[in-house]
Design a protein around this ligand. Structure first.
Ligand SMILES: Nc1nc2c(c(=O)[nH]1)N[C@H]1C(S)=C(S)[C@@H](COP(=O)(O)O)O[C@H]1N2
Ligand SMILES: [Mo]
Length: 323
């Protein structure tokens, strides 16, 4: 692994990121005019993804999504970029070095299926068309750990609008890359790659559904899903697929990676609910990886019930919407 050279304003691994420190760091980067490329190189120990989009960051924070719950601090850059799940690059949490093998330029993205505007475009063209903003979101993994991260990106709804789905489209299917030469696990493992996820159209156009292209005011590091990953913070982290290359609008419910890999344990909705245990463990509490694994109570819909509850009224028969 490449040694990590930290600038002297950087935070020790154990420290949670204080808002003022984060602001201060962004101001310093801006003032130095070194932008994100230098920072990414120094901080993540690997080439930053999408170096030619680094001029886009940092973006303004949307104040509607600035709140962390119960005064919980943001998870430091270092922890958020070194404790990852990315099965294409290995099953441990230490996949960041391995993930640097992914070539993210160019990065063709296909948008198709039941739409009036099918298109193939490069990630850079897409991201330059989209209204970018920053949102601080909680991420709750089904493994019962969680973090709080400032993501940059655009509402998934904007992409849906651009594609203009026909009335037959009921779901959005998101497909990650398939490149075994770069992600060796795709040759070796028994997992059903490419990683596929899906949302109902109403979920995809909910305010919270966010396409992520950056983290901590910089282009998204490869281990976090560069150049583009999903975040749907009311659902378990496995719904947030990384390295997306294809978006299809479809009539039938997509079969996701985890529905194939572990049908007894993972369903389509995967909405966070402390009262619905995983088959092998409880979901009542979670460990905050930004606070040395401090235990916290898990919230219904990961604390986003007000924004998403209406998606599920009239059919909340337990397992149906939480599995
Ligand atoms: N393509 C792909 N996307 C993925 C995964 C994966 O293995 N492959 N893991 C998921 C899981 S289980 C989680 S918790 C989040 C973790 O995101 P992070 O590493 O940025 O915290 O990514 C999700 N997206
Ligand atoms: Mo996860």
């Amino acid at each position: 692994m490449t040694p990590i050279i930290r600038p002297d304003w950087w935070l020790p691994e154990s420290a949670a990121t204080d808002e003022s420190i984060y602001r201060n760091r962004r101001e310093i980067l801006k003032a130095l005019g070194i932008g994100s490329v230098g920072a990414g190189l120094a901080l993540s120990g690997g080439l930053p993804a999408g170096a030619d989009t680094s001029d886009l960051y940092p973006v303004d924070r949307n104040p509607s999504y600035a709140a962390t719950l119960n005064g919980r601090p943001m998870t430091s850059y270092e922890i958020a970029t070194t404790y990852n799940n990315y099965y294409e690059f290995g099953t441990s949490k230490k996949v960041s070095a391995n993930a640097q093998k992914l070539t993210t330029e160019p990065w063709p993205i296909e948008i198709g299926g039941l739409v009036n505007n099918p298109m193939t475009l490069d990630f850079e063209d897409l991201v330059r068309k989209m209204p970018l903003e920053e949102r601080v979101y909680r991420l709750r993994c089904v493994e019962a750990w969680s973090m709080v991260v400032p993501w940059s990106g655009f509402p998934l709804r904007e992409l849906v609008k651009m594609a203009d789905p026909t009335s037959d489209a009921k779901y959005v299917k998101l497909t990650s890359f398939l490149r075994p030469d770069e992600a060796r696990q795709q040759y070796r493992s028994r997992w059903p790659f490419p990683y596929v996820e899906g949302l109902e159209l109403a979920e995809a156009t909910n305010d919270l559904a966010f396409m992520v292209t950056g983290l901590y005011g910089e282009p998204l590091p490869k281990q976090n899903g560069a150049p583009m990953r999903l975040t749907v913070p009311w659902k378990y982290g496995f719904k947030h697929n990384k390295g997306i290359t294809r978006i299809d609008f479809v009539a039938e419910k997509p079969t996701t990676f985890w529905m194939t890999a572990g049908p007894a344990e993972y369903g389509f909705f995967a909405n966070v609910n402390p009262e619905v245990p995983h088959r092998r463990w409880s979901q009542a509490t979670e460990r905050d990886i930004g606070r040395r694994g401090q235990q916290m109570e898990t919230q219904l819909y990961n604390g986003y019930a007000a924004q998403v509850e209406s998606l599920y009224t009239g059919r909340d028969s337990g397992r149906d919407i939480f599995f």
